[in-house]
Ligand binder design. Structure first.
Ligand SMILES: Nc1ncnc2c1ncn2[C@@H]1O[C@H](COP(=O)(O)OP(=O)(O)OP(=O)(O)O)[C@@H](O)[C@H]1O
Ligand SMILES: [Mg+2]
Length: 221
């Protein structure tokens, strides 16, 4: 499980974005992280995915400190983390199917195995209509769903979703939250942990779930 101990992140010597974050997700399931634009949600997620290091403090995942891993250990850790970026980060030279399958390719699964998982997931998320398209030729909402599928396909224990409903209408947005909540519950024996950042109050109100607030550099439940 995930644990933050006295985590600070300062940019440019004096921009103190995160100040002494302490948090323990001792239960699997879904957590919303709310905070105004600029409050540090993406900064926090970059730390949780080991894209950057804390200025000080430590982050533990399943009791292993991820704050100071070398490159090899970071890629090992990331196999167990599904990331949904605020700007999707789909690769424009690959089809949606190829984008979604990428984590499995990296894990060197066989083509048959990849196809099987891809079929099941695209069916479930209702992506069949556009899996052979390229990202630049589909809507923002469709790209967002593809990014979610890519995060889930490797069956990771931790999902980090940065504003995953930003481009979806109310119905699709609630549908997507439900997919992530179901995923958290269904994942193997102990369940998965899913963090969803949002500054959209209506998403929070419609989906009554555990919510942590990021404000003035601090995380409060
Ligand atoms: N690489 C960086 N260098 C310097 N300052 C940064 C950097 N990244 C983020 N910041 C600053 O840190 C603060 C938090 O940014 P962050 O992107 O984490 O906010 P956010 O909560 O994700 O906002 P939004 O809801 O708009 O996505 C902002 O003041 C931002 O300008
Ligand atoms: Mg952000």
């Amino acid at each position: 499980m995930l644990k933050l101990r006295h985590v600070y992140k300062t940019y440019q010597n004096d921009r103190h974005v995160l100040r002494d974050l302490n948090f323990e997700a001792n239960e699997s399931g879904l957590y919303f992280i709310k905070g105004e634009s600029g409050s540090g949600k993406t900064t926090l997620f970059k730390l949780l995915t080991a894209m950057t290091k804390p200025t000080s403090g430590e982050i533990f995942f399943n009791s292993v400190s991820i704050s100071n891993l070398n490159a090899e250990k970071i890629s090992e850790y990331r196999k167990n983390v599904g990331i949904i970026f605020q700007d999707y980060k789909l690769i424009s030279s690959l089809t949606i199917a190829e984008n979604i399958a990428l984590p499995l390719k990296i894990q060197k699964l066989s083509a048959t195995e990849i196809q099987k998982k891809l079929n099941a997931l695209t069916e479930k998320l209702n992506l069949k209509d556009f899996i052979n398209e390229y990202p630049d030729y589909i809507s923002g909402g469709q790209q967002q769903k593809a990014a979610v599928a890519r995060a889930l396909i490797g069956n990771p224990e931790l999902i980090i979703a940065d504003e995953p409903t930003g481009n979806l209408d109310a119905q699709n947005s609630s549908g997507l939250i439900q997919i992530l909540a179901d995923y958290a519950e269904a994942h193997s024996v102990k369940g998965a942990t899913v963090f969803i950042a949002t500054h959209d109050e209506s998403v929070l109100q419609k989906n009554n779930r555990r919510t942590l607030t990021l404000q003035n550099g601090q995380l409060n439940s």
